[in-house]
Design a protein around this ligand. Structure first.
Ligand code: CO
Length: 144
């Protein structure tokens, strides 16, 4: 009987210890995720400010688009009127850059490491795709 109650006390102590550690670990995780959340919130706020807060996803400010792994990267870019945008294909598969509407880029099929350039002379939003792979899509937003 004595030995049994001693074992019961030890088991109870271990359970309390493990419970305390678990609560401590949970609190640590909570504060970690809260910290990372506030950091990304701040990033989002900065991004919203630079894009006028109109888009949740910021369009990259570059005039170079890489074609790789069957996608355009960055997918969405923003340029000023008169900017020449260059697409370079890094896939061994041929891709092209064709505007969804008639006024926009309309390039030939590009072999690996070939490029196509197009100068945007009007403001607006230009959606484009790759004609052999219509699921490959991108947008160039042209601002005044
Ligand atoms: Co393609």
């Amino acid at each position: 009987m004595k030995r049994n109650s001693l074992i019961a006390v030890i088991v109870a102590a271990v359970v309390v210890l493990i419970g305390g550690l678990a609560i401590y670990a949970l609190n640590q995780n909570k504060s970690d995720s809260m910290e990372s959340m506030s950091a990304s919130d701040m990033k989002n706020m900065n991004a919203d400010q630079s894009s006028g807060g109109s888009k949740a996803e910021t369009a990259a400010a570059t005039n170079s688009v890489t074609i790789e792994d069957f996608s355009f990267s960055p997918k969405d870019i923003t340029v000023k009127v008169g900017t020449t945008v260059t697409w370079t294909n890094h896939d061994s598969v041929e891709h092209n850059v064709v505007g969804d509407s008639d006024d926009g880029p309309n390039g030939p099929l590009l072999a690996k490491d070939e490029s196509y350039s197009y100068t945007f002379k009007k403001a607006g939003s230009f959606d484009y795709h790759c004609s052999p792979h219509p699921y490959m899509k991108g947008t160039v937003t042209v601002t005044e």
